[in-house]
Ligand binder design. Structure first.
Ligand SMILES: C[S@@+](CC[C@H](N)C(=O)[O-])C[C@H]1O[C@@H](n2cnc3c(N)ncnc32)[C@H](O)[C@@H]1O
Length: 211
């Protein structure tokens, strides 16, 4: 009985904080704080967010050059670096210095050497234009205040025929609906590609037209 009350209380606290964060984020940008990175990279989140399935949906291939916007501590980017071998490389661009430091440290710890972590804003990415085969964002888009600018920049950084993949999950306080993501992607010039999953957890992919 006591255990049930405790679990109920924890669920209530989780739900209330998520609702509060969701509402507050609509008024001002609130990136996932670096102190929560332990949660993001932990096994529970790995299970909820589906690391392997997300990477499968992005469709990474050996030899590709890939950019992740908002990689945090590298839950996806570190295995992505291994998927593009041999010959490929990955770049992670995050707005929070502590996330970039954690990403560098974790990549070094597991001996991943084809990963570069850089500090910057998705709306003004300090990366060469037309140089990536794939760009992806997972539970990040809603944290970016100027989402249109960020997606225009994703378009600019991709090679013609390059792929943009966006993953959203409903429990994330910054969740973006399928309609919003499709509208933003097409508004940035992308051609809609595939949609996987359901409203609760999905990935949507787009392609940059080949001229
Ligand atoms: C919820 S975490 C997601 C981490 C990772 N994508 C994953 O799925 O495990 C969101 C990350 O996006 C980053 N972020 C938020 N706004 C950003 C922006 N404007 N430019 C680049 N990164 C951003 C945050 O610093 C944070 O590391």
């Amino acid at each position: 009985m006591t255990l049930l009350i405790l679990v109920g209380l924890l669920l209530l606290i989780g739900l209330t904080s998520s609702l509060w964060w969701r509402r507050t984020s609509r008024r001002r940008s609130m990136p996932c704080p670096a102190w929560m990175s332990g949660l993001v990279k932990g096994p529970v989140m790995d299970w909820i967010l589906g690391t392997r399935i997300t990477l499968d949906r992005i469709g990474l291939k050996p030899g590709q050059r890939v950019l992740e916007i908002g990689p945090g501590p590298g839950r996806l980017l570190i295995p992505a670096a291994q998927r593009v071998l041999p010959g490929g490389e990955v770049v992670g661009l995050d707005i929070q210095p502590r996330m970039v430091e954690q990403l560098k440290a974790r990549a070094a710890k597991v001996g991943v050497s084809n990963l570069t972590a850089i500090l910057g804003d998705a709306a003004k990415p300090p990366v060469p234009r037309g140089s990536f085969d794939a760009v992806y964002l997972c539970t990040v888009l809603g944290e970016i205040p100027d989402r249109e600018a960020a997606l225009r920049q994703c378009y600019a950084t991709l090679k013609p025929g390059g792929v943009l993949s966006i993953t959203e999950i409903f429990p994330d306080p910054h969740y973006q609906s399928r309609n919003t993501v499709r509208r933003l992607g097409e508004g940035a010039g992308f051609r809609f590609g595939y949609y996987y999953g359901n409203w609760f957890s999905y990935s949507m992919s787009f392609a940059k037209p080949t001229l």
